[in-house]
Design a protein around this ligand. Sequence first.
Ligand SMILES: *[C@@H]1O[C@H](CO)[C@@H](O)[C@H](O)[C@H]1NC(C)=O
Ligand SMILES: *[C@@H]1O[C@H](CO)[C@@H](O)[C@H](O)[C@H]1NC(C)=O
Ligand SMILES: [Cu+2]
Length: 246
Amino acid sequence: MRVTLAAVVASLAAAASAHTTVYGVWINGSFKGDGRNNYIRSPPNNNPVKDINSGAVACNVNNRAVSTTLDVKSGDKVTFEWYHDSRNDDILASSHKGPVLVYIAPTSSNGAGNVWVKIFQDAYSGTWATDRLISARGQHSITIPNLPAGNYLLRPELVTLHEADARYDQNSARGVQLYMSCIQVRVTSNGSSSLPSGVAFPGTYKYTDSGIVFNIYDKPASSYVAPGPAVWSGAAGGSIGKVGNA
Ligand SMILES: *[C@@H]1O[C@H](CO)[C@@H](O)[C@H](O)[C@H]1NC(C)=O
Ligand SMILES: *[C@@H]1O[C@H](CO)[C@@H](O)[C@H](O)[C@H]1NC(C)=O
Ligand SMILES: [Cu+2]
């Protein structure tokens, strides 16, 4: 019964629409300006994607080319900055616990097919990745791998588990909440680590995955395994941490 009450409290917190989305990007600690609908294929609001079989799992509900592409080079540190309702606010509700992931795909794919390669993953290490993201003012980073020159989509994602004890396809009021945005970058250096074939969104996340259906109120967080493939061996690392003042 105690577990059930905790789940109810969490779902009430979620009902207060404490969602999140990406505001902008920093490169080597330098802010690139409000990226929304500029270099980010921003959704119209901060709602989660809950149907893991919908096309929106790739680049959210408004996947289209936007006017700006950020130039980056291998070795550059790219930082994603999330927010809740306005920049540098509470970022997301602390009820929203789960992993922080980053994927990359060639822009030419528009996010379709077996193209998504995971380059960063942080789930639980004493604290949830999302809790550390809140403390870091919504900022987490990856280093650009030694990729061939070209255009790529970066896809930071939060997988939040506060209602993930249920499956959305069986109970649409609950289920895992996915937050993602696709960011347009152009790699101007020309490295030799070509992307391997990747996974498909939708497709790779399933309701049979323990990373997608997981009861955070009665299972030890340390037993949680994030969904999706392993991090690519060509990835160049990343971290959750504040790089600058919003
Ligand atoms: C960013 O920092 C890396 C590592 O120090 C460096 O190799 C790179 O040239 C820097 N990029 C820019 C755009 O300053
Ligand atoms: C990158 O390097 C490859 C292999 O050397 C070469 O074929 C390609 O033309 C280069 N691309 C650019 C944009 O310089
Ligand atoms: Cu929310």
